[in-house]
Write a new protein. Structure first.
Length: 151
């Protein structure tokens, strides 16, 4: 029986963390989209529980990437593309997306406390932010501008 290599174990661990992070983010986005005023949702938003958890994972993997990989070079597209061939860097990058998209969604919900945009209109903005980050943000900014004119 062949003994697994360190690289194989590392990949498996990274895959498991990737799955855990995705499930955790998904489980936060569901109540943000469907039940944004629920006291549990508000608690998680107000205390940024899930983004903090994901940010801790991010910090761990970005440090791992720095310690185990080449120097991070963001000076060219080619250099960034190379970074995204290193497992720890890719995982850190994905966690970065998850955290910041979620924080934008939470910010949108916080803004909506005063804007009072109907949840049926907020849901596509939040879903867009969850799935395509900046697209959902742009949609919200447009809706927000319209909502401010009508208040």
């Amino acid at each position: 029986m062949e003994k697994p290599t360190l690289i194989s174990n590392s990949y498996d661990t990274h895959s498991e963390v990737f799955s855990l992070a995705n499930i955790t983010a998904f489980l936060m986005w569901i109540p943000m989209i469907v039940l944004p005023k629920w006291k549990v949702t508000r608690f998680l938003i107000d205390f940024k529980v899930i983004p903090i958890f994901l940010a801790i994972l991010y910090a761990f993997y970005i440090v791992q990437s720095i310690l185990n990989g080449p120097a991070m070079d963001f000076g060219s597209l080619k250099a960034v593309m190379h970074l995204f061939t290193i497992e720890e860097a890719v995982l850190a990058g994905w966690l970065h997306y998850l955290v910041f998209d979620m924080l934008v969604g939470m910010w949108m919900l916080d803004k909506n406390k005063t804007l009072k945009i109907h949840q049926a209109i907020m849901a596509p903005c939040l879903l867009g932010t969850f799935m395509m980050g900046p697209v959902g943000f742009l949609l919200f900014m447009g809706v927000r501008k319209f909502a401010k004119k009508n208040n």
